[in-house]
Design a protein around this ligand. Structure first.
Ligand code: ATP
Ligand code: MG
Length: 346
């Protein structure tokens, strides 16, 4: 039986993950192991990621993660975000972030507060390197100068860029675009682009390849998002571009993600713990539930992932949505609607 370590975390993580688990259990037999992490956990055990949770995550085949609240800067010494630690610990080097509105751009454009964006039908995938770059945690203060090291390795570039091309092949995608700032970050992004230009040759007649500067990309994403298909980029750029791109599909409430390594994978909504809405029961659980769909894809049960995506599409079409998408349903109601749809399909 597949073991799933479930870490709800803080804030709306505790609200959306139970809905996602409901769908997970409905569609398969899993051994569920619950682990604690985050700010509440830090207050309770003086550790945001206790050894016990790490052990449970090690034991599990896959991890389902909610969101965590980071302590205010300067309040906790040597704080390292649990999610960054987990990505590093299990070498979850590929962060896959689909940006897809299920062909419902016209509907989402109306119900969400995004009318000004003239939302189109969008189906792109951002693949973000997940273990290097400015996230290596090498920051220091030297008198009045703050320094952060940006680490990009050839091995890190090779594995993420190969992953992106393989992903494109397996998922019938046509193009991979490398996003970088190699004109300024000549050595770090220079290496990323150089590796991209080498690897793309292997796929020459199968997958198209091009590259763009990150600043131009953030403009193109608004103006003409469908010029992209699969995007591969470094850690920080991927973080920023995927939040930007989520606005094109109706916000973070609809953006799932997978963190994939060679032996383990972690699934989580792209959003954070959203302290501004937590405790109100109005968080959109779709991003967490769509992350469960990605979990099914990963374990080779794509049909089940498709049923979940269909269920979400059904709710969007019928405006069975939370306030972020202009609806009046609660988190739990949306979870129940999706569950009902899924039950009728199996
Ligand atoms: P982090 O640093 O953890 O990424 P963040 O500061 O980026 O957190 P989020 O928690 O991702 O913040 O939230 C950003 C905004 O999006 C907030 O206004 C939040 O209320 C909204 N939001 C995020 N997730 C959801 C959701 N599932 N449903 C509704 N609104 C959401
Ligand atoms: Mg964020």
């Amino acid at each position: 039986m597949i073991k799933v370590c479930v870490i709800e975390g803080d804030g709306i993580g505790k609200e959306v993950i139970p809905e996602a688990v409901k769908i997970l259990k409905e569609l398969g037999d899993f051994e569920i192991i619950k682990g604690e992490a985050g700010l509440e956990c830090l207050k309770k055990y003086n550790n945001a990621l206790p050894e016990d949770t790490i052990e449970k995550a090690k034991e599990a085949d896959v991890i389902l993660f909610g969101a965590i609240t980071s302590p205010k800067p300067g309040t906790v010494k040597n704080y390292r975000s649990p999610i960054i630690t987990l990505r590093k610990l299990f070498n979850l080097y590929a962060n896959v972030r689909p940006i897809n509105n299920f062909g419902l751009g016209h509907i989402i454009g109306k119900i969400a507060d995004y009318e000004f964006l003239n939302i189109k039908n969008i189906d792109i995938v951002i693949i973000r390197e997940n273990t290097e770059d400015l996230y290596v945690g090498r920051e220091k203060l030297d008198k009045d100068t703050a320094i952060a090291e940006r680490v990009i390795t050839k091995k890190g570039c090779e594995r993420i860029i190969k992953f992106a091309f393989e992903y494109a092949v397996k998922n019938n995608r046509k193009k991979v675009s490398c996003i970088h700032k190699a004109n300024v970050l000549r050595i770090t992004d220079g290496l990323f682009l150089e590796v991209f230009n080498t690897i793309k040759k292997t796929y020459e007649n199968i997958i198209e390849a091009d590259d763009y500067l990150v600043d131009a990309t953030s403009m193109y994403l608004i103006k003409n998002p469908n010029m992209f298909d699969v995007i591969v980029t470094t850690n920080m750029f991927g973080d920023i571009l995927s939040d930007e791109a989520s606005a094109l599909i109706g916000g973070l409430g609809l953006a799932p993600s997978a963190n994939i390594g060679d032996n383990k994978a972690l699934f989580e909504p792209v959003h954070g713990s959203a302290p501004d809405i937590s405790g109100k029961g109005i968080a959109n659980p779709m991003a967490a539930i769509l992350s469960v769909a990605m979990l099914f894809d990963y374990i080779g049960e794509k049909e089940k992932g498709d049923i979940i995506r269909e269920a979400v599409k059904y709710c969007l079409m019928n405006k069975r949505v939370t306030p972020d998408l202009g609806g009046c349903l609660k988190t739990k109601d949306v979870g129940d609607e999706i569950l009902k749809y899924v039950r009728n399909k199996i």
